[in-house]
Ligand binder design. Sequence first.
Ligand SMILES: Cc1ncc(COP(=O)(O)O)c(C=O)c1O
Length: 469
Amino acid sequence: MAKAWTGSRIDLHIDVAAASPAKRRAALEAALREAIREGSLRPGVPLPSSRGLADQLGLSRGTVTSAYGQLIGEGFLTSRPGSGTAVADVRDPKPPAAPPHRYAPVPPRHDLRPGSPDLAAFPLRGWTAATRRVLAAARPELFGAGDPQGRHELRAALADYLGRTRGVRTSADRIVVTSGYHQNVRLVARVLKARGSTKAAWEDPGHHFFRGVAVDAGLDVRPLPVDALGAQVDRLTDEAAVFVTAAHQYPTGVPLDAARRRALVDWAHRRDSLIVEDDYDGEFRYDRRPVGALQAVASCEVLYSGSVSKTLGPGLRLGWLALPSRLVESFMEAKLESEPFTEGLHQAVLADFLASHAYDRHIRAARLRYARRRERLIRLLAEFPSLTVHGVPAGLHVAVSLPAEGPGEREVMAAAAERGLGVRGMAELYQDPGSAQEGLIIGHAAPSERAYPAALFALAGTLREAGVA
Ligand SMILES: Cc1ncc(COP(=O)(O)O)c(C=O)c1O
């Protein structure tokens, strides 16, 4: 059988002999498409008649005619009466690669950015065992869209876990399972709009990314300044909601002072405003003085938000809201209108993982590991006495501010980039540039155990090279 066709003005090799008879038409189409895309068949080049090509390739004429027809339909070939079949002018034969987007995951060589836990310590064995158990017992409904409020067994397991570990007063019927804080912020925005006010306060400094989500979702976000006692709640006025990180302020790491906690709840109660408590890393407190959730003392005013992003991994996209009873219906309406469903299999696996206490065991091990890492980081930072370390021993990051004299944040960040070290600058986390402090937010969780010493070494080198005293 002929394997190649050499046209009058072109030299084109098409190998369709390797394909089984049933697949030769598809093979011919694919070969012509590829030749046109890569430019070896240029626009305007005439193709042989279907009979001629069929003879050369040892195919039936019908096979060639239908391949031509298909490619004419797709726009790769043209056919005009009297002038035969020719290559069309395919404008974009080889679409250029899309540029990498801003959040493309190209991790720095040494990753001390805040945000991610140690993914190398994901409890793979326990998660696999839980997945096996769930699948072995699966009923067909597991693969359906499911209850938009979340799987009941997960909500029940969360109510038990959050009550036990964070003092959260809730029950399965008051929890809504979501895909994490991103979705929680968007849902709060929808509910606020439905209640008639979009005024909201956001801690300053605060998580700039989530603040952006709130703004995008239509909230009128005002800065709520933060000092050494946490958010200055006496600055709240007529906002319909305030977003706080009460147990461990992001990024400064200070817990909200007890008197301010009371004042905040009083304010919300008086005004019928909502407190959104982002308890993003509440499990990780290292000095045996855990601050319970604010929701524990104000379950009517506080919308408690959490997710597995800091405990297991942000890739799972599983989170929750524990709501005051009176708001559950509004949140379900908001969820039904926007993104009703959350992936079901992982919900069932997390429910099993919680109920079997594998989650508790994982958290205990992670807490020990992160506590050790934090101590090492604090020891290293003590070698630079001009730095001020903020916050309590908790969480997965440490905030440090740079002294007024000496290198600024920009110089330190440039020296870090030079060494392939990822850290976050503090100043960009302020809404009000006038009050922005220069400093660094250093995450100690993301590297694996093996990579952590080298990351610390890179940090010390960076600080020295930048001239930090
Ligand atoms: C301050 C803060 N809140 C919440 C989260 C969790 O976000 P999500 O649940 O959308 O992954 C993070 C994670 O990085 C965080 O840093």
